[in-house]
Design a protein around this ligand. Structure first.
Ligand SMILES: Nc1ncnc2c1ncn2[C@@H]1O[C@H](COP(=O)(O)OP(=O)(O)O)[C@@H](O)[C@H]1O
Ligand SMILES: [Mg+2]
Length: 492
C-alpha cells in the first residue's frame, strides 16, 4: 500500500460537480413495476399522519400516443416542507434513515424508471401553500406556489410512461393488485386498515361526460395474506408464530406454517386461492416473505435463502414470514436485504431450527394423525375386515406386572403401532409385553424400520422363540384423512 507521507507533494484543487445525468441514470435499476410503485407508496406511508388512515390514489392514464400517458400517485400524508424540498430531490439527500425512508433515492429511481417527471406537488401539514416543481435537477430550480384545494399531501405525476408500466386490465387484476395487497398486507388489514390504496386505469384518448379521461377499470387494493393449515389443530394457524431469533446487533421474528391442500381449504370453509394469487401453492411461489418496517421487501424462495440447494416441489406448502426487526438494511434498490453478517447469522439460525425440527417438509398423513386414532382404526379394521376378522379385540391392553399397555390385543396377538420409524428397541418393547403377557405372536406396525429392528426380530426368534413380524403402516387402510367425527374426538 502506498504511503503518501513518503512522497514530495504539490497541492492543486479539482472540482467535483454534481451531474444532472444522475437523475436519469437512477432509472436504470433492476426494479419491476411493483417495486417502483412501492418506492412511492413507501414514501407516502412514511409521511402518514399519526392517528388517521392514509389515503393513496394511483391513476394511470393510457393513450395510443406515449406522450399523453401519465401516472399520478397522490397521498394525504404530511407533505414535504418547503425547506426540505431541495434535499428531498437531491439523490441521497435524506439518507441513512432507519424508517421507510432509507437511502434518499427511491422517489428519483421510481420516477426515472417509470417515465419522466411531469410535476411534484406538495403541501406540508403546517404550511399554507402548495409547492409545485416540474424538474429534478441540481442547482437553482424554480418552485411555484399555488393555491391547490387540499389540506395537505403529496402528488407526483410522471409522464411519458415507459414499457415497464403495465397497460392491460388483466395484468392489474392478476399481478399488480394482488401483489401490492400482499406486500402491504399489514397496512391493509381488513379489520383495521392503516391505509386505503386504490388504482385506476384511464383511457386518455376517450373522454367521459365530464370531459375527463374515461375510466377503464378501478381497483381497491385489499389485504392478501397467507392461509395456513395447522395439521393437528386443523385451523388456519401457523406452526410457529413470531419466534424470536437474535444475535449481536440484530433481532428478527419468524412465523412458519403450511398452506392448506384444496380439501383443507374446504375444511376451513375458505375459498380456494386464485391461480395467480401470491400465496398459491406452486414451486414458483414457495418461500418466505422478508419483511422490514411492516411491508414485504421480497417474496424469497428457499434456495435464495440458502435453506435448500435447488427449488423443489416438496417445499411448495411451506409458508412463512421473516420479520427483520433491527440490524438489517435494504440495498439501494429496496427489493433486496443486504447479505451482511447479520443476515447470514439469522438465516443460519433459522435453517438449523427448521432442520432440527424437521419442518421443511410438510408431514404427511401418518404423522398428522394422532396415534390414538391410528390405534382405534387398526382395532376396528382387524375386527371388521372380511378376511380372517378378529373376534376378541382390545385396545390399550394392560400387561400384568409391566407398567404399560399393548396398543391392540386381538385374539391373543399383540399389535404395537409407531407413527414414525421403529428401531430395535421398539421391537424389544413389544417383546417385553409378549414375554410377560405370555403372548407368542406380535406385530410391530410402523411407517418405516431401521435395520436394527429386523436384527432384533431375528435375534428374538432364535433365542426366545417369540415370533414378531414387522409390518409397514401402509399395509393397513388406516391412513386416510380424518372425518369430522374423528376430528372432534382425537384432535384437541
Ligand atoms: N409522498 C411523500 N410525502 C412526504 N414526503 C415525501 C414523499 N415522497 C418523498 N418525500 C420526501 O422525499 C425524501 C426523499 O424520498 P426518496 O427519494 O424516496 O428517498 P428516501 O425515502 O429514502 O428518503 C423522503 O425522505 C421524504 O422526506
Ligand atoms: Mg423513499
Amino acid at each position: 500500500m502506498l504511503n503518501i507521507s513518503q512522497y514530495q507533494k504539490k497541492i492543486e484543487q479539482i472540482t467535483v460537480e454534481p451531474s444532472n445525468a444522475i437523475f436519469k441514470e437512477l432509472g436504470n435499476n433492476n426494479y419491476d413495476f411493483i417495486e417502483l410503485i412501492s418506492e412511492l407508496i413507501d414514501n407516502s406511508i412514511a409521511a402518514k399522519v399519526d392517528g388517521t388512515p392514509l389515503n393513496i390514489k394511483i391513476e394511470i392514464g393510457l393513450s395510443s400516443n406515449q406522450k399523453e400517458t401519465y401516472l399520478i400517485i397522490k397521498d394525504d400524508g404530511c407533505g414535504i416542507k418547503k425547506e426540505n424540498l431541495g434535499k428531498a430531490i437531491t439523490p441521497a439527500g435524506f439518507s441513512g434513515g432507519k424508517t421507510l425512508n432509507e437511502h434518499g433515492l427511491g422517489m428519483k429511481q421510481a420516477v426515472a424508471s417509470l417515465g419522466s417527471l411531469s410535476y411534484l406537488l406538495t403541501k406540508a401539514i403546517d404550511e399554507k401553500v402548495t409547492s409545485y416543481i416540474d424538474k429534478f435537477e441540481f442547482g437553482e430550480i424554480s418552485m411555484l406556489q399555488i393555491d391547490y384545494d387540499w389540506n395537505h399531501g403529496t402528488e407526483i405525476c410522471v409522464k411519458n410512461l415507459n414499457g415497464i408500466v403495465p397497460t392491460s386490465q388483466q395484468k392489474y387484476t392478476m399481478y399488480v393488485v394482488p401483489y401490492l395487497g400482499a406486500k402491504y398486507k399489514r397496512f391493509l388489514k381488513s379489520d383495521n386498515p392503516k391505509m386505503q390504496l386504490s388504482i385506476a386505469l384511464l383511457d386518455v384518448d376517450q373522454l367521459d361526460e365530464n370531459e375527463l379521461p374515461l375510466e377503464i377499470q378501478a381497483w381497491k387494493v385489499q389485504e392478501v395474506k397467507q392461509t395456513y393449515f395447522h395439521p393437528n389443530k386443523r385451523q388456519n394457524k401457523p406452526i410457529v408464530l413470531n419466534k424470536e431469533f437474535k444475535g449481536k446487533g440484530w433481532k428478527a421474528k419468524f412465523t412458519f406454517g403450511y398452506a392448506p391442500t384444496n380439501e383443507e381449504y374446504e375444511e376451513l370453509g375458505l375459498e380456494l386461492p386464485k391461480p395467480y394469487s401470491p400465496y398459491v401453492v406452486s414451486i414458483k411461489k414457495q418461500g418466505f416473505d422478508m419483511i422490514t418496517h411492516d411491508r414485504v421487501i421480497n417474496f424469497s424462495q428457499f434456495h435464495e435463502l440458502g435453506f435448500v440447494n435447488v427449488p423443489h416441489n416438496n417445499y411448495n406448502y411451506v409458508r412463512g414470514e421473516i420479520d427483520l426487526l433491527n440490524g438489517f438494511s435494504t440495498s439501494t434498490t429496496k427489493n433486496f436485504i443486504l447479505k451482511d453478517k447479520n443476515l447470514e447469522e439469522l438465516l443460519n439460525q433459522i435453517k438449523s431450527y427448521l432442520e432440527e425440527n424437521g419442518l421443511l417438509e410438510r408431514k404427511n398423513d401418518p404423522d398428522e394423525l394422532p396415534e390414538k386414532l391410528l390405534r382405534d382404526r387398526l382395532a376396528n379394521y382387524l375386527k371388521g375386515r372380511t378376511i380372517e376378522p378378529k373376534k376378541d379385540v382390545k385396545t390399550e391392553y394392560t400387561v400384568q406386572g409391566l407398567a404399560g399397555a399393548i396398543d391392540v390385543y386381538a385374539d391373543e396377538e399383540a399389535y404395537e403401532l409407531k407413527k414414525g420409524q421403529a428401531a430395535g428397541l421398539d421391537v424389544y418393547q413389544l417383546f417385553a409385553y409378549m414375554d410377560m403377557g405370555s403372548i407368542s405372536k406380535g406385530y410391530l406396525v410402523a411407517k418405516s424400520f431401521t435395520t436394527g429392528a429386523q436384527a432384533a426380530v431375528d435375534y428374538i426368534k432364535q433365542n426366545h422363540s417369540k415370533e414378531i413380524l414387522i409390518v409397514q403402516l401402509d399395509e393397513f387402510p388406516i391412513r386416510n384423512a380424518p372425518n369430522s367425527e374423528e376430528r372432534k374426538k382425537y384432535f384437541k
